[in-house]
Design a protein around this ligand. Structure first.
Ligand SMILES: [Zn+2]
Length: 461
């Protein structure tokens, strides 16, 4: 053991031993039965006020192995979880925390996507205090679901960009990116750009300040943002060092609109009074082709673009791989909107085979099942997305853990090594998940118990 924990008066270091049924990360089960030795820098009783998660300023993984393999030590604390597998905490790469107040809602996919969008537009919070409360409640549910980092979409109520969701997220122990969403196409393109530019200019020093939650930009989707505005956003992101995200290739309505400039999305723009005949669509292109110049510009960013959904690929996996675009697949959201009915099975395996970094998201709580997302124990949980895929597609547990941890970290510009369990590493935290039989990882994916946060790193605590 050559990595001794730091020991200063401000951050007293404790030696913590965890004994468990097994320990696993994206490489599979690392030891079973398992023990871990941690150097934890924090006041002994620090817990996050939202969900009661034990916090630590730093967590050093000192040793890992079978119980008799650990070096000699005298722990300050022993945590026993004899029926659990210990895993890294999870990364939710695409969520809409400012919709948490709406809760889960039923949806009939045959009503179409625009009817659903109308519901969201009508129920979005518009007051700062309400937006903040919704984001904080969403953060609580993420913590209840074992999440350490999030790519959150900060909506623009009534088209007005707001920094409230980003600032709220900074008051939680979560890390990641808060992507400020904006719309702007046809008659709304120039006013949207001017409004956003004014905000970016006014708050430039605050936006660039180092924080565990970075500020990013999210042009909403190809059917609501002009390609010229996408390119402008990529340029501003380069200048200001901001990460970018967008919805891409999500619905049949979007595919139709980009290819032919017709359908429900055009009717929506007409209804909102923003449709103009010079909107640059209708060239028989797939949305990924339509955005190609933007994907190329965003490839130079750190991290490169994060595209949510990509339910329809149209053979464009190489274009996403070439531009280092990450894809946030939201399995239960795709199922809720019946994407499979229109496009066939989600192409996440084809994307992975092409070398695309595919991570996992939940999208908003509105599309999640009430069984786990309502009531006092409500959770917004990537482990539940992994369980859904394991059950439906028999996706290997190791791949699911990679998608739910290191892939998400990479997509959000975080250190992937903090989401692997290597001796000597500074880790983002640890979860315990109930597992009952001789294959602990499979068992953890077959039950529906909530993950338990044993520790979460929060440099601010
Ligand atoms: Zn979304």
């Amino acid at each position: 053991m050559n990595d001794s924990p730091p020991n200063t008066p401000e951050t007293p270091s404790r030696l913590v031993r965890i004994n468990a049924r097994a320990v696993a990360d994206e490489r599979g089960v690392l030891a079973s039965p398992a023990s871990l030795l941690l150097g934890v820098s924090s006041a002994p009783q620090t817990a996050d006020p939202l969900a009661g998660v034990p916090l630590a300023r730093e967590i050093h993984l000192l040793a890992i192995g079978s119980p008799d393999q650990l070096p000699e030590h005298t722990p300050d604390q022993v945590i026993n979880r004899p029926t659990s597998v210990i895993i890294p905490p999870l990364v939710n790469a695409h969520a809409h925390l400012d919709l948490t107040h709406m809760g889960p809602r039923p949806h009939d996919p045959s009503d179409g996507f625009v009817a659903w969008v109308d519901q969201i537009r009508a129920q979005r919070c518009t007051h700062d205090a309400h937006i903040r409360a919704s984001v904080l409640d969403g953060a609580r549910m993420l913590l209840m679901g074992g999440t350490a980092a999030v790519g959150d979409i900060a909506g623009a109520p009534a088209g007005v960009p707001s920094l409230v969701p980003w600032r709220a997220l900074q008051d939680t122990p979560l890390s990641g990116v808060s992507y400020l969403e904006f719309f702007g196409i046809g008659a709304s393109e120039t006013p949207a750009r001017d409004r956003l530019d004014a905000l970016l200019t006014k708050h430039a020093p605050e936006l660039a300040r180092s924080s565990s939650v970075r500020f990013g930009l999210q042009p909403h989707a190809p059917n609501t943002v002009a390609i010229a505005l996408y390119l402008w956003a990529a340029q501003r992101a380069r200048e200001l060092g901001l990460p970018l995200s967008t919805h891409l290739s999500e619905t049949p309505e979007e595919i139709q609109f980009i290819a032919s400039g017709t359908g429900p999305q055009r009717e929506l723009l007409e209804r909102l009074g923003v449709w103009t005949d010079d909107i640059d669509v209708g060239h028989a292109k797939h949305p990924i082709e339509h955005l190609r110049p933007f994907l190329q510009d965003a490839a130079a960013l750190d991290p490169p673009l994060l595209a949510a959904h990509v339910n329809a690929l149209g053979g464009h996996a190489p274009a996403l791989a070439r531009t280092s675009t990450s894809v946030a697949y939201c399995p239960r959201a795709s199922a809720y909107f019946a994407a499979e009915r229109h496009f066939g099975p989600h192409p996440y395996r084809e994307l992975l085979d092409a070398g695309v970094n595919v991570c996992l998201g939940t999208d908003s709580i509105v599309n999640l099942p009430p069984e786990t997302c309502a009531g006092p124990a409500a959770r917004i949980c990537i482990l539940d997305e992994m369980r859904f895929l394991h059950q439906r597609d028999a996706t290997p547990p190791e791949l699911l853990l990679a998608m739910g941890t290191t892939h998400g970290a990479r997509a959000l510009g975080l250190e992937p090594g903090a989401y692997r369990l290597d001796p000597g590493a500074r880790i983002a935290g640890l979860l315990a998940v109930e597992c009952s039989d001789e294959h602990p990882l499979d068992a953890a994916l077959r039950n529906d118990t909530p993950p338990e946060f044993l520790l979460l790193r929060n440099p601010a605590c």
